[in-house]
Design a protein around this ligand. Sequence first.
Ligand SMILES: *Cc1c(COP(=O)(O)O)cnc(C)c1O
Length: 411
Amino acid sequence: MEPLSRAFLESLDAADPLAPLRGQFDLGDTLYFNGNSLGPPPRATSEKLRDVVENQWRVGLIRGWNVHDWFHLPERVGDGIARLIGAKPGEVVAGDSTSVSLFKLIAAALHASDRTQVITDEANFPTDLYVLSGLQALFGKRIEVQSLPADRIAGAISGRTALATLTHVDYKTSRMHDMHALTAAARGKGALMLWDLSHSVGAVPLALNGCQVDLAVGCTYKFLNGGPGAPSFSFVARRHQQTILPLLRGWMGHAAPFMLSPDYEPAAGARRYVPGTPEVLALSAVEASLALFEQAGMDAIREKSLRMGGVFMELIESECADFGLDIATPREPEQRGSHVALRHPEAYAVMQALIARDIVGDFRAPDLMRFALTPLYQRYVDLRDVAEALRDILATGAWDTPEFRRKATVT
Ligand SMILES: *Cc1c(COP(=O)(O)O)cnc(C)c1O
């Protein structure tokens, strides 16, 4: 069989140990390649949310906080995420948006440090850069933020550096930083390392403690399928929890919230990084979805994702060679996350034409189409369908209509 033929890809699907998990989703005929922006709902999520609203909340009312232990959802979900990222129980809590969690952890880390410099990647995700600009305004001359090209970061970390903060997998190209090497570079100079895992969690296996990472945040509405606006998570290595104290202090992170004491005393473990009331509905959805990742195992997910990425890039080269597409994602498996980005001057309109055919990826300005690889519900044969549709759209110019060129609010 030809290695990229439909028959060959179908044989890969037939032998795929993860194939049965597709039945846990309900995507109909849609070929969904946007799991890095908004994962689809697992069937278990609908059931779980119905139960939480109809039983836990409607029947339980205020009693739910104790009877259903809503109170400890941030740690319970956090411990589930910890198992996916190589962290220990009590090191992760879930809640707040990623932007808030970044602000929360970076502010706490800077407050605990005598050093002044913060280093980041100039191509970091916009929210990460905006959070740093706000912290710069807040801390004033106490800190100095340096945004550098990725290849200059390791060399720039020095004895003045309080913190380096990087996104592990680049949201545009899928380029993956070497977490072990960069964390070691920071440690070697006594600096803290914070990783944003928004495009990594649920996509690639992670070993935060294995790499001696200090701090991390991440998102649960992308690869983890937590739902639109699902909360983020915050990781603080156990060894720092007594010294990197929260500045965003709230009653829900207090050692005894219902003593209602006027004096602040932080809760034990990562709970201290929970400022306010846990998002019970949203966290329940994340809890339902995490079970699928535990069942599949991150190593099996990674193996399929890498294979799919390799197949997809080869298909693009063989099917779409003549249409000016440029593969923006690194070829080396250890240097890429779980999406493939294709550059094209008309990327926006071409993606709209694909979406009109029920093939859903997304567009990132100015010229990238992104295709997320999500082994829980995708088939190898889907990759051929995407490549053939793309070839047809480019060959016929079907993308070139006013409707496909019109920009929506959210891309
Ligand atoms: C998606 C994403 C976020 C999301 O931030 P929210 O505040 O949760 O919307 C943050 N950082 C990175 C790197 C992301 O990819």
